[in-house]
Design a protein around this ligand. Structure first.
Ligand code: SF4
Ligand code: SF4
Length: 386
């Protein structure tokens, strides 16, 4: 039986967040079960790119501030770390993202240390992995005494949902993420790689920032949804199963989580997950919008969950009217499928990872539906879909 705390939290007021996190941790055994004075505790945030906290694309800096204060008061040395996605001018924009997110300022004000995973070296995890020949992970993950994963509750245009299991992708340094995307282009293989990372890093606690969530075309181009929830667990899969149910889906419908279920990364069966905290049952987020790429239909019986079927082929297309020629998409594409001059995409190379859509700061990468009958691309929706 796994336990998931679901607490209500209306805003990022530090007293509120602190109280809700502390009361949740009490239900998981109390802070003393996890940390001791003198420990180096790494807060692995979601820092997908240079986004401000109000975008709901990243773990909110005030959420991180609350945790930093709690842990500092317990005598721990707090590290805040991640590696951002994509590339700007040929390098991952982690430094820039740490500033824009407010995390650098929080670290300075709260006496924490920033660990930019791109600058801290890597540890070779050897070649005994399911998909990747050799797995290299950011060194702070192994220098820390304890790791707390701080995912954000978001939709994902390529994966439907992203949460605690997927947040570890940022443990891969800089542009190596694009290489790994290339090696694991399909969701099931990608999911196997995520499980390998979880097994290697041994994260002790998962605390999801679901106060503001992202719906629609996440993980960066969606809309802010006030979910007002904090989820906590030692089990990343149980936490994700709960969050997924909260947004009206079923964990078995999320392909990147299949490997985590098969390899028993945690509990996925809701009957084996105890919900506690402010709720004793999984609360529902009303009218939460999933990515349009995943069309849905209700089964005949009203109580049935929404069945997600990815039967509509979608492809990215660059909208030249919006494009600012920053070349982030060109430099981030794992398949080198985007022409630097014309911004045309070579679809025979494209693996539909949607990194270009995810990482464009100007929402200039539209997703277009390919008409299954005529085989032609039709306008489907824009990156700034609301
Ligand atoms: S589509 Fe977006 S990421 Fe690509 S070059 Fe244009 S503005 Fe930059
Ligand atoms: S064009 Fe976009 S979706 Fe296709 S492989 Fe490149 S980054 Fe991924």
């Amino acid at each position: 039986m796994s336990k998931v705390v679901v607490n209500e939290c209306q805003n990022y007021n530090i007293e509120n967040v602190t109280e809700k996190i502390n009361s949740g941790i009490e239900l998981l055994g109390g802070w003393d079960a996890f940390v001791k004075p003198g420990m180096k505790v790494l807060l692995k945030v979601n820092l997908i790119g240079p986004k401000p906290p109000e975008s709901a694309a990243i773990t909110h800096c005030e959420f991180v501030r609350a945790l930093t204060r709690i842990l500092t008061q317990k005598g721990c040395l707090v590290w805040i770390g991640d590696s951002a996605g994509g590339a700007i001018a040929g390098i991952a924009p982690t430094t820039q993202s740490l500033e824009i997110s407010g995390l650098k300022k929080v670290a300075e004000e709260e006496n924490a240390e920033i660990k930019n995973f791109d600058k801290e070296g890597t540890v070779d995890m050897g070649d005994n992995h399911n998909v990747i020949d050799r797995l290299y992970l950011a060194k702070p993950l192994f220098d820390a005494d304890f790791i707390i994963n701080l995912p954000k509750l978001k939709t994902h245009s390529a994966c439907i949902y992203t949460g605690a299991v997927k947040n570890v992708f940022g443990c891969i340094q800089g542009l190596r993420k694009a290489e790994y995307h290339k090696v694991a282009p399909n969701p099931k293989d990608f999911g196997k790689m995520l499980v390998d990372i979880h097994e290697a890093t041994k994260i002790g606690l998962h605390i999801m920032d679901g106060i503001t969530a992202m719906e629609g075309e996440g993980p960066t181009a969606g809309s802010v949804y006030s979910a007002n929830k904090i989820l906590m667990s030692t089990d990343p899969l149980a936490l994700d199963a709960t969050a997924i149910k909260m947004i009206g889906l079923d964990i078995n419908e999320i392909p990147i989580l299949q490997a985590a279920i098969e390899r028993k990364l945690g509990e996925s069966d809701q009957d084996e997950i105890e919900i506690c905290g402010d709720y004793v049952e999984v609360p529902q987020l009303q009218n939460f919008v999933i990515p349009k790429r995943f069309t849905s239909k209700k089964k005949n019986n009203d109580d049935a969950v929404i069945k997600v079927i990815d039967f509509l082929k979608t492809k990215p297309k660059i909208n030249l009217k919006k494009c600012q020629q920053c070349n982030t998409c060109v430099d981030s594409c794992p398949m080198h499928a985007i022409d630097r001059t014309t911004k045309k995409i070579n679809y025979s190379k494209c693996i539909e990872c949607m990194c270009c859509h995810e990482l464009c700061r100007y929402q200039a990468v539209d997703l277009k539906r390919v008409n299954p009958v005529a085989g032609i691309m039709t306008k489907f929706y824009r990156g700034n879909y609301k």
